[in-house]
Design a protein around this ligand. Structure first.
Ligand code: GDP
Ligand code: MG
Length: 703
């Protein structure tokens, strides 16, 4: 047996960690990335593992832990990207996940990544991690920004003061990463054991109480690993940890007496005293090891922009203008140009060629119909909207990456509070414009259960990008010159319905305390092309994959059902098919909405599988040859008010099955999930009928 001691360690020697060095050479180590939200964990993770995880500029983007293997280094390790946390006293489910992983799964090494431009706040977590018996490296990130700000950190001094190895890095630029891995390798292969616990963070009195409680834990529960951590948590009255120990009455009394030795009053309870001492400790270390160069700019550009972006009278108009601009670029002339090009490519270059080849090969009527109607025209009609979906998504990612969306969340906090929500809800709600599924999962960043449930309940009203092809189809057919404003209004209606819903339920279904909202403001920056490309590429892959699987599948099923009658004989007139029979049974309900047609009902039904399927189903059921032809048929089948009513219905009705199952997973209640589905259907029907009826009424006055 061989145990190498290092300069950081001379007090802790836990037997469990003594492992033969030679055995260690071939081991695959487990390395956890731990840090505050937005400190750069995912960026570092992507750098080290070569994977393309989504890098977000707001907290909560990483909700579940992600694992990858270290690439291009002489160290065999699995890297785990954990959800960001501010402390080891968890409030939200994601914080629990991170803490459980660190304390129970015991990674071989923790890389605590901290944002050097916010070092005091980030070190708060570090002081808690130091209480664990776990190897740790402090990766001081974003040193590129730090340099620009004219700040200097004395890393050697910081290392000496904290008793933890410190490596300065820039995760996004790639600086210092080799050094980081070398350090990790050195620690892991030499089995150096935890360092930081010997630091005296608290005053003498509290330190001695912590030691006494540690001794009790060791004697009473036979726990030797992480006992300082547990002792501090017991002092802080951490419920989850305390309930893990089964102390007898006498020991409990002993601990209570020890706790009472810390003088508290109404304002300063024990938890606050402990937090306060941590900050004092951090302040003294930072004071010694950081320096501000004298040449400091008067006011940074970020601050200047923030005067407008978060100003009392300018913030909301700016938000509206930016959103209008985003919509105009997407749905105006620029987006249209791309849409028409895509249609041409699909119809002329791909569709015609396939048809010619099939005819040349002597394909039968029905196989020709299957390929051309279901695959080319059906799925093709969806794919032709891809460019515009990408433009919309890309622009929103651009705003997110630039740091603007964090400001928007901050501005919205006040508005959302009035609805019984907090600014934290803004992030998942905004993600809902992309796709409801990650948005629903992302709402785990909201620690307050009532806020979380309410947010999940509202997300489906945020129009997801899969619905965009439907709006585009109808807006370009019925309102070719006013597409931007029509689609913008649809999005706004979704938001208004969400607000209304929040208002209705805030005092009944989702009643409870409001939570406070802490959100950091990252510096504004020009979004990196790579990050933007990753977002867009991910979305493209996702879109094509869906088109090729779910949407194609649904379209083929629809094709089959509309091609055969109830005796399973091929029919050329689809109005005699099984599908028409079933659709005609339900369609009369929609008379008040103006679209009582079996083909519409069937399309809406396929929309439950994926919203884009509505478009492919319509292309198929209305037997259109191409996009222009479909527009032409639709304008002859719908009145403009019915078209509007239909868009409203699509906006508000039940989301796709993937989203419903995510809702069920998060609610953990079948009753609540069913209630949300019924509510969505009811609201969709109500607003759709109102749109049609009011529209028709107004229309009757216009000559
Ligand atoms: P996480 O929440 O800890 O996973 O943080 P992310 O990896 O999502 O990073 C948050 C933001 O900081 C992203 O916009 C990154 O591009 C940016 N970022 C990360 N590391 C650096 C760095 O070293 N320098 C600069 N300038 N930006 C960085
Ligand atoms: Mg992350």
């Amino acid at each position: 047996m061989n145990l190498t001691k290092n300069k950081y360690n001379d007090s802790v020697q836990s037997q469990n960690k003594i492992i033969d060095i030679h055995q260690n050479q071939n081991k695959t180590f487990k390395i956890g990335l731990v840090g505050n939200p937005n400190s750069g964990k995912t960026t570092l993770f992507n750098r080290l593992t070569g994977s393309n995880q989504y890098v977000g500029n707001w907290p909560g983007v990483t909700v579940e832990k992600k694992e990858g293997t270290l690439k291009n280094h002489n160290l065999s390790a699995n890297i785990i990207d954990l959800p960001g946390i501010y402390s080891l006293s968890p409030y939200s489910p994601e914080e629990v996940l991170t803490r459980d992983f660190i304390a129970n799964d015991c990674p071989d090494l923790i890389i605590n990544i901290i944002d050097s431009t916010n070092i005091e706040r980030n070190l708060y977590l570090t002081t808690q991690l130091m209480e664990l018996d776990c190897n740790m490296i402090l990766a001081v990130n974003m040193i590129d920004i730090l340099e620009k700000k004219g700040k200097v950190i004395n890393y050697d001094l910081l290392e000496k003061k904290l008793n933890v190895p410190v490596v300065p890095i820039s995760a996004s630029k790639g600086g210092g990463l080799d050094k980081l891995i070398d350090k990790a390798s050195e620690i892991l292969h030499n089995q150096i054991i935890a360092f930081g616990q010997k630091n005296k963070i608290f005053c003498l009195n509290i330190e001695s109480i912590i030691n006494k409680i540690s001794d009790i834990i060791e004697k009473d529960s036979n726990i030797i690993i992480n006992k300082r951590f547990y002792a501090v948590k017991i002092l802080e009255d951490d419920f989850i940890i305390t309930s893990k120990f089964n102390f007898d009455t006498k020991t409990k009394e002993k601990i209570e007496n020890l706790k009472k030795q810390i003088p508290t009053d109404d304002i300063f309870d024990r938890e606050i005293i402990i937090a306060d001492q941590r900050y004092k400790y951090i302040c003294s270390i930072c004071k010694q090891s950081t320096k501000q160069k004298i040449t400091r700019k008067k006011k940074s550009l970020s601050n200047k922009i923030d005067v407008i972006a978060t100003g009392k009278f300018t913030s909301i108009p700016l938000f509206v203008i930016l959103m209008l601009a985003v919509f105009y670029i997407t749905f105006g002339p620029i987006g249209n140009y791309f849409k028409i090009s895509a249609e041409n490519i699909i119809n002329v270059y791909i569709g015609q060629k396939i048809e010619n080849i099939l005819i040349f090969l002597g394909a039968s009527d029905w196989s020709l119909s299957l390929v051309m109607d279901a695959a080319v025209r059906g799925v093709g009609s969806v794919i032709s909207f891809l460019p515009q979906v990408l433009i919309l998504y890309g622009l929103l990612s651009f705003l997110e990456d630039s740091g603007y969306m964090s400001r928007a969340a901050f501005v919205m906090d006040k508005l959302l509070k009035k609805l019984g929500l907090s600014g934290k809800s803004f992030i998942p709600l905004l993600m809902g414009f992309g796709c409801s599924v990650p948005a629903i999962l992302g709402s785990r960043i909201i620690e307050n259960k009532k806020d979380r449930f309410m947010t999940i309940f509202l997300i489906p009203f945020m129009s997801c990008s899969a619905k965009t092809p439907v709006y585009l189809l109808f807006a370009s057919s019925f309102f070719p010159y006013h597409q931007t404003i029509v689609i913008f209004s649809i999005y706004i209606l979704g938001i208004l319905v969400a607000i209304l819903t929040a208002y209705i339920f805030k005092d009944s279904l989702f009643k409870g305390e409001n939570s406070t909202f802490i959100m950091e403001m990252p510096e504004y920056k020009f979004p990196s092309a790579k990050n933007l490309w990753l977002h867009i590429w991910q979305k493209t892959k996702d879109f094509i994959e869906r088109a090729g699987t779910v949407i194609l599948g649904a379209t083929v099923i629809i094709w089959f059902l509309e091609s055969f009658d109830k005796n399973f004989s091929f029919v050329s007139d689809s109005s005699k098919s099984i599908l028409a029979l079933a659709g005609n049974f339900v369609s009369p309900i929609f008379t008040v909405c103006g679209f009582a047609d079996w083909r519409v009902v069937v399309s809406l039904l396929t929309g439950l599988i994926a919203k884009e399927s509505i478009v492919s189903s319509m292309a198929l059921l209305y037997a259109s040859d191409n996009a222009q032809h479909l527009s032409y048929i639709l304008t002859n089948s719908f009145s403009i008010y019915a078209a509007l009513a239909f868009m409203v219905f699509v906006l508000l009705y039940t989301p796709c099955v993937a989203a419903v199952s995510a809702i069920y997973k998060e609610f953990g209640s079948l009753k609540l999930t069913v209630f949300s589905i019924i509510y969505q259907l009811f609201i969709a029907f109500l607003f759709s009928a109102l749109t049609f009826q009011i529209g028709t009424l107004i229309g009757s006055f216009i000559p």
